[in-house]
Write a protein that binds this ligand. Structure first.
Ligand code: BTN
Length: 144
C-alpha cells in the first residue's frame, strides 16, 4: 500500500514538473529576417547574456551602398522567453539604431522576436534635434 501511494505521488510530481522541464528556451543565436526584409545574424550568447552579430538592412536613408553593420547586445539570461536589447552602429551612414524586444516561443517551438527600435540620425544643428529620432517596430523570424 505504501509502495503504491509513493508511486502515485512520484507520477503526480513528474506530471507537474514535466511541462516546465521540457519547455525549450527561446534563443537569439542564429539567422533572422524581419518584416522589411532585413537580415541579421546573432552569435553565441555568453553567461552574462552578452552577444554580438551583424545586421544587413533592406532599407536605409541613403542612396549609398548598404553594407552589413555590426551589432552589440545583451539579454536577460534567467527566463525561457528573454527580453533583450541591442545597438546597430551603421557602417555606411552616421546613424545608430537601438532595438529592444522579447524572444517568444510558441507551442510548436517556433521562435519570434518582437521588437521596437529608435533610429537616431546624425544632424548638424541642435535645432534639427526634434526630427532626428524615429521610432518603429519589427518582427523577426528565423531564416530558413
Ligand atoms: C539609416 O538609414 O540611417 C540606417 C539604416 C536604418 C535601417 C532601419 S533600423 C530600423 C528599421 N528596421 C530595419 O530593418 N531597417 C530599418
Amino acid at each position: 500500500m505504501v509502495h503504491a501511494t509513493s508511486s502515485v505521488l512520484l507520477l503526480l510530481s513528474l506530471a507537474l514538473l514535466a511541462p516546465g522541464l521540457s519547455a525549450k528556451k527561446c534563443s537569439l543565436t542564429g539567422n533572422w529576417t524581419n518584416d522589411l526584409g532585413s537580415n541579421m545574424t546573432i552569435g553565441a550568447v555568453n553567461d552574462k547574456g552578452e552577444f554580438g552579430g551583424t545586421y544587413l538592412t533592406a532599407v536605409a536613408d541613403t542612396t549609398s551602398n548598404i553594407t552589413r553593420s555590426p551589432l552589440l547586445g545583451i539579454q536577460n539570461n534567467t527566463v525561457q522567453q528573454p527580453t533583450f536589447g541591442f545597438t546597430v552602429q551603421w557602417t555606411f551612414i552616421e546613424s545608430t539604431t537601438v532595438f529592444t524586444g522579447q524572444c517568444f516561443m510558441d507551442k510548436k517551438g517556433k521562435e519570434v522576436l518582437k521588437t521596437m527600435w529608435l533610429l537616431r540620425s546624425n544632424v548638424g544643428d541642435t535645432g534639427d534635434d526634434w526630427k532626428a529620432t524615429r521610432v518603429g517596430n519589427n518582427v523577426f523570424t528565423r531564416l530558413k
